[in-house]
Design a protein around this ligand. Structure first.
Ligand code: NAD
Length: 493
């Protein structure tokens, strides 16, 4: 690995002012794979100044959308050139299986291409005439970049989460200071190197690695940052919003979830089992939108559970680099412990551990956990209410539609939900009653760059992806002109 132990500021690799560093760990074998620079407030200040300067004096916001699109397309193409290397790095840093990592990196490149298209379209949307009720005036509306953005991201989809913020921000004409999670910093450093190779002007993208308290927090408090874009947990989201309040910074938050999946009894069992598995065991369940609460209509309940356990126990667990593995290790020791504590609490609160819940045989090292299925889960229990962020699913039975919808909606989260039934009229009706920003019908999790992403309630504020993602980084300005030759005649008659 190159570029570690350094930060990417103003187009250059620089050592952190205080010289600190930390190890990043391969969760499959608990060994250090790289040393990474630990940024502090001094480095954050340098990075923000570089971004400020690039925004105020570097000409980036004044470039046409078409010109910015050229940079984004070069970045996309370089990501594709390095797809295998980047995916392998993601596996070693995060633990996810290689096919999933390859998929993530493909999506990352696509995200840059997608926002290149939107940057181009932005040019045509400028100077939109606004019809006024007074003919003596004319007015146009413009979209202008918000300014310097502090982007803070989590560890579950490291490079993709970076792209979801960096691509639309750059497309809009913003400049960015990106702080990846201290748990998975490696692909963000690669993104910095790609930006350098794409000849992105200095200061337009800066990447600082480091911890939440030492690097993240000073970024949220910096007076020269205009916007904070955050993805992560609710407690940190609350701190980000508090920091933003001090300067009334623009803020968007993508937070946690505890998404429900309603399965009606006319569903095909095999399809239901496949999508339940994908909804919770893909990416080890470390997915904000994971459908971790499954509600199955009573007639189907027993038969479905039997098949679910059978298939869950067949999932191949192991190092994400090994062939055929579909469940890698959890991301780190802290997350491993958090998930195990949640499982113990579930048992303590009376739920039945139907399958999994333990370290799999033959994996003495690494943060491996069996796919875990709970039944007899009370709606009041912690495992039903709190985000676990691991391969743990809770299943409950329901009798009728109204009960299922009410149960699904009884949550302080509202990121995603899913419903399965071949009766599309029913599925569509239920989809409209679910209080969540993302609702899947007859599937769970497929995510498209074109469609809006974000949550209701404590799952966040604002939407990423699609045109909504671009709007996150744009201000709207009106320019109104007095066209009449007549004097205004208020003070001077
Ligand atoms: P986290 O909140 O612990 O950390 C996220 C980021 O915030 C990290 O980069 C961290 O260093 C930084 N941070 C921590 N304290 C900070 C502070 N005081 N000031 C500024 N920055 C600080 O979350 P995590 O454990 O990395 O990620 C898991 C969480 O992310 C889950 O709750 C999950 O649901 C959520 N998530 C949400 C989405 C979504 O789209 N809604 C997507 C992925 C993950």
């Amino acid at each position: 690995m190159t570029f570690t132990n350094q930060l990417f500021i103003n187009g250059q690799w620089v050592a952190p002012v205080r010289g600190g560093s930390f190890d990043t760990i391969d969760p499959a074998n608990e060994t250090a794979i790289a040393q990474v620079a630990a940024a502090t407030a001094e480095d954050v200040d340098r990075a923000v100044q570089a971004a400020r300067n690039a925004f105020d004096h570097g000409g980036w916001p004044e470039l046409s959308g078409k010109a910015r699109a050229g940079y984004l397309r070069r970045i996309a193409s370089l990501i594709r050139d390095r797809q295998q290397t980047l995916a392998e790095l993601e596996v070693r840093d995060n633990g996810k299986p290689l096919p999933e990592a390859l998929w993530d990196i493909g999506d990352t490149a696509y995200c840059f291409d997608f926002y290149a298209d939107l940057a181009e379209q932005l040019d045509a949307q400028q100077e939109k005439a606004v019809a006024l009720s007074d003919e003596r005036f004319s007015s146009v509306a413009r979209k202008e970049p918000v300014g310097v953005c502090g982007a803070i991201i989590p560890w579950n989809f490291p490079m993709l989460m970076a792209a979801w913020k960096v691509a639309p921000a750059l497309a809009a004409g913003c400049t960015v200071v990106l702080k990846p999670s201290e748990v998975t910093p490696l692909t963000a450093l690669q993104l910095a190197d790609i930006a350098r190779e794409a000849e992105l002007p200095p200061g337009v993208l800066n990447v600082i690695t480091g911890f939440g308290a030492d690097a993240g927090s000073p970024l949220t408090e910096h007076p020269d940052v205009d916007k904070l874009a955050f993805t992560g947990s609710v407690p940190t989201g609350r701190k980000i919003m508090q920091a933003a309040a001090a300067e009334i910074k623009n803020v968007s938050l993508e937070l946690g979830g505890k998404s429900a999946f309603i399965i009606f009894d006319d569903s095909d069992i095999e399809k239901a089992v496949e999508w339940i598995l994908f909804g919770i065991f893909w990416n080890k369940g470390e997915v904000c939108s994971a459908t971790s609460r499954v509600l199955v209509q009573r007639n189907l309940y027993d038969a479905l559970l039997a098949r679910l356990v059978e298939e869950a126990e067949r999932i191949r667990i192991g190092n994400g680099m090994a062939d055929g593995v579909l469940l890698g290790p959890l991301v780190n020791a802290a997350q491993y412990e958090k998930v195990q504590t949640a499982i113990a609490r579930g048992i303590e609160q009376g739920a039945t551990l139907l399958s999994g819940g333990k370290r799999p045989n033959g994996h003495d090292k690494g943060y491996f956990l069996q796919p875990t299925i709970f039944t007899d889960v009370s709606e009041e229990s912690d495992i039903w209410r709190e985000e676990i962020f691991g391969p743990v699913v809770c299943v409950r039975a329901f009798d009728d539609e109204a009960e299922a919808v009410a149960s699904a909606n009884r949550s302080r989260f509202g990121l995603a939900a899913a419903v399965m039934s071949p009766d599309l009229a029913r599925a569509e009706r239920v989809a409209r009653r679910l209080r969540a920003g993302i609702v899947w019908i007859n599937c769970s999790q497929p995510t498209f760059t074109e469609a809006p992403w974000g949550g209701y309630k404590q799952s966040g504020i604002g939407r990423e992806l699609g045109e909504w993602g671009l709007n996150n980084y744009l201000e709207t300005k009106q320019i109104t002109r007095y066209d009449s030759d007549e004097p205004w005649g208020w003070y001077i008659k």
